[in-house]
Design a protein around this ligand. Structure first.
Ligand code: SF4
Length: 233
């Protein structure tokens, strides 16, 4: 049987080193995923270039040399033009470039949620629910919550909500000593730090408290009490 090591020729040239925040990209395109469990799902493919490996089965030799530097912000902006949440970071060999880690973690470090708020405190419920999800509890460090009339995919609208509905005195929540993504560029390898939530929703009045009545003991109470007293005497 041919092992991966036997099937790989000596490495080619290492990718060029770009300034921080940039990586070498061969192509970005939108199509239908044709492999794995996501087969059939509309996906944006981000193909890195300057692969230093030389697998004998390689069908992407054009990625060895063809590529242009792009910033991670440019890549994210291009990906977000397409109507899908599925992104495949592929090669080439993405892991040959350190910036690929930052690119991959950029998609989970910051989250924006839009909610239909009906009463005061409901935003905190939504915040807690989001931060309890596997993705957010693992690596999200900034969560922005906006009202339902703000499109969370439109950053201009999100900035408008922050400018007009966010109150710095009451709208910031810090969660210290939380689990974090170890790929976070500001604290690589730590997996531990602070999360922040910015609440840019409009204030609402509290939910009306329902009338509280006196709960009468059920009719069986005397019989149960008799049984317990007999047993524990
Ligand atoms: S592009 Fe992929 S298949 Fe080709 S040499 Fe690089 S890692 Fe191997």
């Amino acid at each position: 049987m041919t092992t991966l090591r036997q099937a790989t020729k000596p490495p080619g040239q290492a990718p060029p080193v770009f300034p921080p925040g940039q990586l070498s990209i061969n192509e970005i395109y939108y199509t239908i995923q044709g492999e794995c469990g996501w087969m059939g799902t509309p996906t944006v493919f981000v193909r890195t270039s300057h692969c230093p490996l030389r697998c004998v089965w390689c069908d992407s030799k054009y990625t060895f040399y063809e590529g242009k530097p792009k910033t991670t912000n440019d890549v994210i902006a291009e990906v977000e033009k397409h109507p899908t949440k599925h992104v495949c970071l592929t090669g080439g060999e993405p892991l040959a470039q350190l910036e690929s880690f930052n690119l991959a973690s950029s998609w989970v470090l910051v989250g924006i949620a839009s909610m239909r708020k009906r009463y005061a405190g409901q935003d905190k419920k939504v915040m807690s629910a989001i931060l309890a999800t596997p993705h957010a509890s693992y690596g999200m460090k900034l969560l922005i919550i906006v009202d339902h009339d703000v499109d969370p995919f439109n950053l201009d609208q999100v900035m408008w909500a922050l400018a007009t509905r966010f109150n710095p005195a009451t709208g910031v929540t810090f969660i210290n000593e939380a689990t974090m993504n170890p790929l976070d560029p500001i604290a690589p390898g730590k997996a531990y730090g602070t999360k922040m939530v910015l609440n840019a929703t409009e204030p609402k009045p509290p939910q009306p408290v329902p009338a509280i009545g006196i709960v009468k003991p059920p009719p069986e109470t005397d019989r149960w009490r008799g049984i317990l007293e007999k047993r524990w005497k």
